[in-house]
Design a protein around this ligand. Structure first.
Ligand code: NAP
Length: 315
């Protein structure tokens, strides 16, 4: 058995984050859970913690490769790639990186909404191509301030988005599993009712099987031809086929999306649309926030390996 207790898993770790972990503790590295079985059995037997980053499933079979595993420390607040039920059943703690990224994701949601409504991608192309001088102004677009927004999932990030949009004098509606203490905001029992009441529908749910397709075909139809969908949660939370059908048919006005069902290869139907703004899942992608996430992940690893209380355990 080796004295290396930390496994770093995920090909999306950058060098700085990987070095931060492996400088703190002797570590081995794999690209993905599928590569774990190839590790030498003595090494696997000594592993006590996995620092994980990515969206490829980390399930029971991979966990069972490590008889001493006690912690999976996720880089990111969303841990839907990890089978938390399987981890709990094996006495494995799972941690994530909440709060430190909420500002960035909320900022991006607001930026997406305004970029879509104010046709800023088209505006940029108009200037960059020289057509401004030859063709004049772009078509008039859509006012955001003072309109009505529906937040699907008023959790940490949803709340930050709503707070920002309140400053845009928007009428705030939301749905969550239970009503919150939010004077002046309107609660809806379900997404269809919410969608029927708003101009912009912003999705901030957790991912995973429980919320799959929660923004349903019916909800998208209820949003109507002036409606815009903004998604910074997970691709799985929206019925993507229904969204594409509605965008192609003009049954909704548009969408602004940071997340997709099939990342990093979104459905090619998205690429043909002119009423969308598409981003490469970069909600938390600032230097400052990614550093804070990496530090929180390492703090959880350190707490576990040094026998202290975990900072942000989810199970
Ligand atoms: P959070 O505070 O846990 O909020 C999650 C929201 O989802 C809450 O409103 C919660 O409802 C709702 N929810 C949870 N389980 C549900 C269920 N079974 N059915 C219906 N609703 C459910 O999480 P957060 O920190 O705001 O993060 C939200 C998500 O954003 C993450 O899980 C992640 O997928 C995504 N995210 C994306 C990026 C990006 O780069 N685009 C970055 C970070 C996070 P209640 O209000 O009723 O509790």
């Amino acid at each position: 058995m080796s004295d290396t207790h930390l496994l770093i898993c995920g090909n999306s770790f950058n060098d700085v984050d990987r070095d931060r972990l492996s400088t703190a503790y002797p570590a081995v590295y794999v690209d993905a859970p599928a590569d774990m079985a190839a590790l030498e059995s003595g090494l696997r037997a000594s592993m006590r913690a996995v620092a994980f980053k990515g969206h490829t499933p980390f399930g029971a079979e991979a966990m069972d490769l490590f008889p001493q595993l006690g912690l999976i420390a996720n880089y990111g607040v969303g841990y839907d790639a990890i089978d938390v039920g399987a981890a709990s059943a094996r006495g494995i703690a799972v941690t994530n990186t909440p709060d430190v990224l909420s500002d960035d994701v909320a900022d991006l949601a607001v930026a997406l909404m305004i970029t879509q409504a104010r046709t800023m991608i088209r505006g940029h192309a108009h200037v960059a191509s020289g057509r401004w001088a030859t063709e004049g102004e772009i078509p008039l677009n859509r006012k955001v301030s003072g309109s009505t927004v529906g937040i699907v999932g008023l959790g940490r990030i949803g709340r930050e988005i709503a707070d920002r949009l309140a400053a845009f004098k928007m009428d705030i509606h939301y749905t969550s599993r239970s009503e919150k203490e939010t004077p002046g905001w309107t609660y809806h029992n379900d997404v269809v009712s919410l969608a029927g009441a708003v101009d912009f529908l912003v999705v901030a749910l957790v991912g995973g099987p429980d919320t799959k397709g929660q923004v349903s075909r019916e909800a998208i139809a209820a949003l109507g031809p002036r409606g815009v969908v903004v998604n910074i949660s997970r691709g799985s939370t929206i019925d993507e086929g229904a969204l594409l059908d509605a965008l192609e048919a003009g049954n909704i006005a548009g969408a602004a999306l940071d997340v997709f069902e099939n990342e990093p290869n979104p459905d090619p139907r998205f690429l043909k649309l002119s009423n969308v703004v598409l981003q490469p899942h970069q909600g938390s992608g600032t230097v400052e926030t990614r550093t804070a996430m990496a530090e929180l992940q390492l703090a959880n690893v350190a707490a576990f390996l040094e026998g202290r209380d975990l900072l942000t355990q989810v199970n």
